[in-house]
Design a protein around this ligand. Structure first.
Ligand SMILES: Cc1cc2nc3c(=O)[nH]c(=O)nc-3n(C[C@H](O)[C@H](O)[C@H](O)COP(=O)(O)O)c2cc1C
Length: 339
């Protein structure tokens, strides 16, 4: 996800059990020009390799192939072509979902990329430009026939952007039509949705995007309400620290959007969010976070008590029973992906 799937966030998702990761999408022109910001977006950690996709986008065939080659030279495990972005200044110039309007061009691009690269080339598509031009099966077959190693399908059209529901039937159609692995994507919001999507579509993997923001625990099989405030604050400190190491002081600014999502559902979240996203320094930010930490155990106790009463469960022996353990993360590893 543009603006989210940077190295610190992907690393955390991996630790919680995500099996594969994609960088934010990076413009092929920027890669070809060696733009510093673009190259920083392609930083990765050896622990991610080789299920580590550099995602690129662009309208021009030669630039796409050239950028893909450079990604290989930079150490990518996989190069993925974005054919799903619906934003007008991307899709409107024939990049992202704009490529779906020209399946023959997609064929030429994959043919050239797969011949030029030794590493796998993959693509992420939407199911068509609009409801009148669904072409997910055609595009998937063309990709397979031209050397693609995997297809991720977001079950919406470009016109839908993020509205309506993801069409999981269409993902199932792609899975039926090709032999290469298919990753299903769209509207996996809760842990239960992962098995539901697999059963509905037969897909080989499940991609989780928005639901991982503020809840990387989803990769370890936990919904957000199952995570203790104590564990949320611990992770916030760690994620911020990773951001500061990766970006320097600017890491605090970039952390704000994650912070706002981490605290959703915490009592007093609106006030705390304001304090966190306006904190002028790391010290002030951590002071506000310390306020939440000081009440974390009490909030967790109250939440557990409420849930116990509502469900008639027996009392938990200790809060540690709900902490995310490594073995629980291991259990889920190898099954999920994140953008
Ligand atoms: C803020 C944001 C940024 C995104 N950036 C990308 C991107 O760079 N590349 C990509 O393939 N999809 C991108 N997406 C789309 C998601 O990967 C995913 O296809 C979509 O959100 C549906 O999945 P979800 O219901 O799990 O969120 C982005 C989505 C959001 C909300």
């Amino acid at each position: 996800m543009d603006g989210y799937s940077d190295l610190p966030f992907r690393k955390l998702c991996r630790e919680y059990g995500s099996a594969m990761s994609y960088t934010e999408f990076v413009a092929v022109e920027a890669i070809c020009h060696g733009a510093k910001k673009a190259l920083k977006m392609l930083d990765f950690d050896p622990s991610e390799y080789p299920q580590m996709s550099f995602q690129i986008f662009g309208p021009n065939e030669n630039d796409i192939v050239e950028a893909a080659k450079r990604c290989e030279q930079m150490g990518a495990g996989i190069v993925d072509l974005n054919m799903g972005c619906s934003v007008p200044n991307v899709s409107g110039r024939g990049a992202g979902a704009g490529l779906l309007r020209d399946p023959a061009k997609i064929g030429r691009i994959f043919n050239a990329m797969s011949k030029a690269l030794r590493i796998p080339v993959t693509g992420k598509i939407r199911i068509g430009w609009d409801a009148r031009s669904l072409n997910h099966v055609e595009v998937a077959r063309i990709m397979q026939d031209n050397g693609a190693s995997l297809i991720a399908v977001h079950g919406r059209t470009k016109e839908q952007k993020y509205t309506g529901h993801a069409n999981w039937d269409a993902i199932a159609e792609v899975k039926q039509a090709v032999k290469i692995p298919v990753i299903g994507n769209g509207d996996v919001r809760r842990v239960e949705d992962i098995a539901r999507m697999k059963a509905h579509t037969g897909c080989d993997g499940v991609m989780i995007a928005r639901a991982a923001i503020g809840n990387p625990w989803i990769f370890s099989g936990k919904n957000r309400e199952d995570v203790l405030v104590r564990d949320v604050t611990k992770l916030m400190r760690r994620h911020l620290d990773m951001n500061l190491r990766h970006y320097g002081d600017y890491g605090l600014i970039l952390f704000r959007k994650y912070a706002a999502r981490y605290i959703i559902g915490v009592p007093g979240a609106a006030e705390l969010r304001h304090a966190l996203v306006t904190a002028p320094s790391v010290e002030v930010f951590l002071d506000h976070l310390a306020g939440l930490e000081s009440s974390a155990d009490e909030l967790d106790r109250q939440a557990l008590e409420t849930r116990r009463r509502q469900s008639g469960e027996s009392p938990l022996e200790s809060l540690a029973d709900l902490s995310c353990t490594e073995s629980r993360c291991d259990l889920m590893s190898g099954e999920l992906a994140v953008v």
